[in-house]
Design a protein. Structure first.
Lengths: 351, 188, 249
């Protein structure tokens, strides 16, 4: 049977992806611009034997996710920037407890209450530190509606594979825009949860899922275990690479900014400029090896240009990956000054 | 083929509904489409616009600075968007709220626009359905572009109205026809 | 003659780390006896919260999840909603349940979550060294109220058991103590009811247990035990809501 094609918003695609991935529990608290996710889940989850519950706060919602995940059930929450900040303490716990939670952040402008325009201001929060201690999310950044659907399915798979929280980092443009979505029936990978989940100690010794390790050796081992896991995640790094070896400029962008950047790059190429386009899809782990390979394979001295809807965050990761072998220039666009492709073209040429 | 359309008007004029409907109809004809609403915290009132891109090729940026097509439903939208219209761009203008005399202003005379003045508000009122001015505008859009056929449009409209609003199908189609007819009679 | 007193099956055979005269160990034992008698050891999941009792998992032989400070009832909600066949309980202190986690506790009760919440009320923050708790009684000295709790400045302690009794989602609510043998037996009965409320799907089961903290009260175990009687003047003992009894009648 041919897969059905529908016209949906990015946030609806995320919800549909979660349903496709057999997500059984959704807990959340309303916040613009992602309310279509809880609304769709409220309609659809109960029909599929799942649970939808609107919590009294983001704090409660993320801890409900924590509880549900501890039983081995696929569970998620979604929110936008200020709501995500409220959840940060529990992200640290979820990572420490090694629970496979899926969290969606449809970013809006900040800091503080900010605004509801599109922004990518939470890059640092998602990639570097969304809570105390030495831990990481796996972070996936879709750039179109189809990818929002398929990466959400992958988020559940990765979360279970690594027993680690996975964040889908999207923004108000991709969240609110509609595009055709092909509802592909995907082969959903599942990983065993019965070796660790809390389901009642029947026919087995009782289990403890905890993050308190007062013994310093134990705590060190837990941290090293997490570190090894983050290293292993590199085997699942995802990116889109449109760089030719003759290129002189590489434009790096993610999420909806990458849509604008891609158009600008393709237009510049048509005009004869040697401009390549690189898009990280996993923001953590960051595709640093591919960036190094791009530099090695380049025939000309490269210049990296990092365009973001913030004052320059991902540019730091690009700098680390480039490691001094090429100049890295930041093109920052703080919220509410989203550039049109023509403006970005000019900015790239000026560089 | 690529249409970069901005629809703009007052909140409550059905701007977003129209954008969604055009995008869905074009999708059903096999085009790549993007539909990007610009929304504010208020649910009603204020100005409101959306961008619809229809293309034979994959669409990169959903944002555009210079539309090739405009549907202008009120005066503030006219002032805001007409100066950005591409050379040889097309605009459907609600002539109930924006008078053709406005174009005597040299500011708006620079480029070779193709302008269609359609009294969508009074057309809708003639059907006793003033809220369907947006459908009259879509009818005009259809007649000018023929980007989708009527059968596809009807299917898309049915889908958007859903089962609970099937009674609105007939009046919506009537308003659509009226807009299309106006173009046929006055601009060919 | 059958053996009357035996070691509970669901209590791990290990030494308690609690301070001499602390009531946690008594409540742990009662909890295990109830789990055994209701035969729910193999389908229970407990939530350890932050405070002295976070080491619940060293003693109670059921599946246990450690929740962030105050969020036990939210985590319990997640477990119960994901797997309604499980018996889920939280074991929290007064700081965890009534201060930082009050919102989660209150809303879980409002929703009538089919979980059992045990709140150990010793009127101070035990693990951090005896600071003011919401349940510190007027006049009581703590390390952060060295002159005693002045209600004009600090307000008054909440009577959670009475407040929760007024919520429609709550099936059982009561306050008990374990400083005399009679009260220990009463507490056990009530604890069982707080679980039965869940087992019979009646709603939220809440039990508050006044507990001695000799170290932070700066008393020896015997006098700390006696001091619980003084607390009762402010926190009266009793069952304030019992839907199980109503159902039986």
């Amino acid at each position: 049977m041919k897969a059905k094609k529908v016209l949906v918003k990015g946030v609806e695609a995320i919800a549909l992806g979660a349903l496709e991935a057999d997500c059984k529990c959704y807990f959340g608290y309303p916040i613009t611009p992602q309310n279509e996710i809880p609304e769709l889940m409220a309609r659809e989850l109960p029909k599929r034997g799942g649970v939808f519950l609107q919590a009294e706060s983001e704090l409660a919602a993320i801890n409900m996710v924590l509880g549900a995940c501890a039983t081995g059930v696929r569970a998620m929450t979604s929110s936008s920037s200020p709501g995500i900040s409220l959840m940060c303490e529990s992200f640290s716990y979820i990572a420490a407890l090694e629970l496979p939670a899926v969290i969606v952040n449809v970013m809006r402008g900040g800091p503080g209450l900010g605004g509801i325009e599109a922004s990518q201001g939470d890059y640092f929060q998602a990639v570097k530190g969304s809570g105390h201690g030495d831990f990481h999310f796996m972070v996936l950044a879709p750039y179109n509606v189809q990818e929002a659907y398929e990466l959400t399915v992958k988020a559940f798979e990765f979360a279970e594979k690594y027993r680690n929280p996975v964040m889908i980092l999207s923004d108000a443009i991709l969240g609110q825009m509609k595009e055709p979505l092909i509802l592909k029936k995907l082969k959903i990978k599942k990983y065993p949860t019965d070796t660790w989940a809390l389901t009642g100690a029947k026919g087995r010794p009782s289990r403890i899922i905890k993050s308190l390790f007062l013994d310093s050796k134990e705590l060190k081992e837990r941290n090293l275990k997490l570190y090894k896991k983050y290293q292993k995640m590199k085997e699942d790094v995802l990116f889109e690479n449109l760089v030719n070896e003759e290129d002189e400029i590489v434009v790096v962008a993610f999420g909806s900014m990458a849509r604008i950047a891609k158009e600008a790059c393709l237009n510049l190429r048509k005009k004869g400029y040697k401009v390549g386009f690189f898009r990280p899809i996993t923001l953590f782990p960051f595709p640093e090896k591919t960036i190094q390979d791009i530099i090695k394979g380049a025939k000309n001295q490269l210049k990296f240009v990092v365009a973001e809807l913030n004052c320059g965050q991902m540019v730091e990761d690009v700098k680390l990956a480039v490691n001094g072998k090429a100049p890295v220039i930041s093109l920052p666009y703080p919220p509410s000054v989203i550039p049109f492709p023509e403006e970005l073209e000019k900015d790239i040429i000026n560089v | 083929m690529k249409i970069e359309l901005i629809i703009s008007g007052f909140g409550g004029q059905g701007v977003l509904f129209a954008g969604n409907l055009i995008a869905l109809s074009a999708m059903k004809e096999g085009y790549y489409v993007t539909y990007l609403p610009v929304y504010g915290p208020e649910m009603r009132g204020g100005t409101c616009n959306c961008t619809v891109i229809i293309s034979e090729n994959e669409i990169a940026s959903p944002l555009i600075s210079n539309p090739s097509f405009l549907i202008i439903l009120n005066y503030p939208s006219f002032v805001k968007f007409i100066p950005n219209l591409k050379k040889e761009g097309i605009a459907i203008i609600n002539s109930d709220l924006v008078k053709p005399e406005e174009f005597k202003n040299p500011k708006y005379l620079k480029k070779d626009y193709k302008l269609y003045f359609v009294p969508v508000t009074s057309l809708a009122e003639s059907l006793y359905t003033p809220l369907l001015a947006n459908l009259c505008a879509i009818g005009a859009f259809y007649q000018i572009t023929k980007i989708f056929n009527k059968f596809t449009f009807k299917k898309a409209l049915k889908e958007i109205l859903g089962e609970n609003k099937t009674h609105l199908l007939e009046p919506n189609l009537k308003a659509f026809e009226l807009g299309a007819k106006y173009i046929k009679e006055n601009y060919r | 003659m059958s053996k009357f007193f035996r070691f509970p099956k669901s209590l791990k055979k290990t030494l308690f780390h609690y301070c001499p005269g602390c009531h946690h160990s008594i409540v742990h034992r009662l909890l295990c006896e109830v789990i055994d008698e209701l035969k729910i050891q193999e389908k229970s999941v407990g939530i350890a919260s932050i405070g002295c009792a976070c080491f619940l998992y060293f003693y109670i032989d059921v599946d246990i999840l450690e929740a962030p400070h105050g969020r036990a009832c939210a985590a319990a909600t997640g477990i119960k909603r994901a797997k309604p066949e499980l018996i889920v309980f939280t074991y929290q202190g007064d700081g965890d349940f009534a201060a930082i986690g009050f919102n989660e506790s209150f809303h879980s009760a409002l929703r009538g979550e089919k979980i059992t919440a045990i709140m150990i009320n010793n009127t101070v923050y035990g693990m951090t060294g005896g600071q003011l708790s919401p349940t510190t009684v007027p006049g009581q000295k703590t390390t952060t109220t060295p002159e005693g709790r002045d209600p004009n400045f600090w307000g008054y302690p909440p009577k959670i058991a009475e407040i929760f009794a007024g919520l429609d989602g709550v099936a059982f609510s009561g306050r008990f103590a374990v400083n005399t043998p009679k009260r220990v037996l009463e507490t056990k009965k009530a604890l069982k009811k707080a679980f039965l409320a869940q087992i019979h799907n009646l709603g939220f089961g809440y039990i508050e247990i006044l507990s001695a903290c000799p170290v932070n009260w700066k008393l020896d175990p015997v006098n700390a035990n006696k001091k619980v009687d003084e607390l009762i003047k402010f926190f009266p003992l009793g069952t304030f809501k019992d839907k199980i009894k109503e159902k039986e009648e």
